[in-house]
Design a protein around this ligand. Structure first.
Ligand code: ADP
Ligand code: MG
Length: 252
């Protein structure tokens, strides 16, 4: 199985001297192409920091991260940002859209830096994605004029504009009610079924239960993993039970 991400012995700390805090303590991870993986762990265990390290959004103290065969530390800032823009998509808990742009313009903004595509091609693609995720017609609204679930769908559109190899989600359903959260998870599952790898940070056993492998973090390390099959819609309750049992066993 081809790997999209290989992280080896990642160490990351914040602060200096007595204040120094090791947040990632020699973490090693592999994500296969097309895999659907989640990260669980208590608040402060290093989940977000791991996501930032694996996506090259943040530097690391030592260790290595290979993305699609490329050593991130060997890339220039420009190469790194191009790689993120073309091969990775991001969805966060809190909206990251700009207030003064409408939904469509927010979705296409990062893609407008792609010189090989015309504005028309980019807009057509954005509209197609908006239709696919169920928010066609909201192009001209600003983000105060849509619901939290609709905004998260729009953020997913933006993440998909470059046909990324992987989507990183940091608690992407954390700010949603349970119905919207479930709809967004259905959408993310569909995207994964179409071949995009997904790495999700979540607190929610119901979310993690839809992924095929769960990595459990404690104090800056992955202390355990749970392998499930790819979710095909069957026996979600049984999967949730496995996840919660594992959480209890580890003590999170
Ligand atoms: P999680 O996502 O699991 O809740 P984080 O990765 O956000 O945890 O944070 C892990 C630890 O690192 C926390 O103690 C947090 O305070 C610290 N931390 C995260 N980002 C920074 C930063 N930019 N500066 C200083 N400390 C940070
Ligand atoms: Mg976090």
């Amino acid at each position: 199985m081809k790997k999209i991400i290989i992280g080896e012995n990642i160490v990351k700390s914040f602060g200096v001297g007595n204040e120094k805090q090791i947040v990632l303590d020699g973490v090693s991870v592999c994500i296969n192409e097309g895999e659907f993986v989640s990260v669980m762990g208590p608040s402060g265990s290093g989940k977000s920091t791991l996501l930032y390290a694996l996506s090259g959004m943040d530097s690391i103290d030592s260790g290595q991260v290979f993305f699609d065969g490329k050593d991130l530390s060997a890339l220039s800032e420009k190469e790194l940002s191009d790689l993120r823009r073309t091969k990775m998509g991001f969805i966060f808990q809190q909206p990251t859209f700009l207030k003064n742009l409408n939904i469509l313009d927010n979705i296409i903004l990062p893609s407008m830096r792609n010189k090989r595509k015309s504005a028309k091609e980019i807009i057509d693609k954005a509209k197609k994605l908006m239709k696919k995720v169920g928010i066609a017609g909201l192009e001209k609204r600003d983000f105060t004029q849509v619901s939290g679930g609709q905004l998260q769908r729009a953020e997913i559109c933006r993440a998909l504009m470059s046909d990324p190899k992987i989507i990183f989600g940091d608690e992407p359903t954390g700010a949603l009610n349970s119905k919207s959260a479930q709809e967004i998870m259905d959408l993310i599952s569909d995207i994964n079924t179409e071949g995009t790898a997904v790495l999700l940070v979540t607190h929610d056993a119901k979310v993690a239960a839809r992924t095929e492998r769960i990595m459990f973090m404690l104090d800056g390390n992955i202390v355990s993993q749970l392998e499930l099959q790819k979710f095909n819609g069957a026996d979600l309750d049984g999967r949730i039970k496995k996840v919660t049992e594992k959480m209890q066993e580890i003590g999170i």
